[in-house]
Ligand binder design. Structure first.
Ligand code: 13P
Ligand code: ZN
Ligand code: NA
Length: 283
């Protein structure tokens, strides 16, 4: 069965490693991530954006993730990524998601707290873990676009108040990472990460890990990050292999054939990221 990511993330925090959380979109990407986790014997988080919930449907996504967790007996959580309303979070929880993020980072502080607290109250009774965001992570993630002038770093003291008043299980922090690939090397405010860590004991989540140099990811994990989110790099790998295959085999119409290399490129990359997180062998 799918399990809440709470224990997974707390163990990772205590163990000084991170769980790799991958955005998946369909059977092939979900299966590729699961096979990567199985080969690495790693706990794993499968996550879907609101756009993917709409595209594939919550029922299909829960059924596929549940089947995957039965086929590959590992700690597996299904997580809503950047949930854009309490209503969607409730529908995911009712539908069988074991973890949700509700993203009120665009709201004023008090409104953000009110939104998130309502979801925490609902989720807690149902054994589901809740992630939320304070500050604003820049970049483009599906339907969510945050430009440079809107992006804002997480205030460490506000973060503590936010965590206490909402009762969240984990916090997504803004320290300079961004969704999508980077133009040049990003500047990450590691001092801020240190200050946030001093303020609270709950698991901390790093979004925007595609394109982030390995050394920065490792340093963030060493400083207390216990979940790394990866979306864009997997999408690029899948699309690149699919495009190359179809260009080389314009006559091929069998999806089992033309998706094969796209599938294995996602699996290979997911294995690399799991090892980068240090989650290999932790299942
Ligand atoms: P990337 O697309 O940069 O990997 O960010 C993923 C993410 O943060 C998903 O929430
Ligand atoms: Zn994100
Ligand atoms: Na990124």
């Amino acid at each position: 069965p799918l399990i809440s990511s709470k224990a997974m993330l707390e163990e990772a925090t205590a163990g000084g490693y991170a769980i790799a959380a991958f955005n998946v979109h369909n059977l092939e990407t979900l299966d590729a991530v699961m096979k990567a986790a199985w080969e690495e014997q790693a706990p794993v988080i499968l996550q879907t954006t609101p756009g993917t919930c709409k595209h594939a449907g919550i029922k299909y996504l829960v059924a596929m993730a549940t089947a995957a967790a039965e086929t590959f007996p590992l700690p597996v959580a299904l997580h809503l990524d950047h949930g854009d309303s309490a209503d969607l979070a409730y529908r995911c929880i009712d539908g069988g998601y074991s973890s949700v993020m509700v993203d009120g980072s665009h709201l004023a502080f008090e409104e953000n707290i009110a939104l998130v607290k309502a979801v925490v109250d609902y989720a807690r009774e149902r054994g589901v873990q809740v992630e939320a965001e304070l500050g604003r992570i820049g970049g483009v993630e599906d339907d969510l676009t945050v430009n440079d002038s809107e992006a804002a770093f997480t205030d460490p003291e506000k973060a503590r108040e936010y965590a206490e008043r909402t009762g969240i299980d984990s916090l997504a922090i803004a320290i300079g990472t961004a969704h999508g690939m980077y133009k040049g090397e990003p500047t990450i405010d590691f001092d801020r990460l240190g200050k946030i860590r001093e303020q609270m004991a709950i698991p901390l989540v790093l979004h925007g890990c595609s394109g982030l140099p390995d050394g920065m990811v490792r340093r963030a994990i060493a400083m207390g990050i216990c979940k790394i989110n990866i979306a864009t790099e997997l999408k690029i790998a899948f699309a690149a292999e699919l495009r190359a295959y179809l260009e080389a085999h314009p006559e091929e119409t069998d999806p089992r054939k033309y998706l094969k290399r796209a599938h294995s490129s996602v699996k290979d990359l997911a294995r690399v990221k799991i090892r980068l997180a240090g989650a290999n062998g932790k299942a």
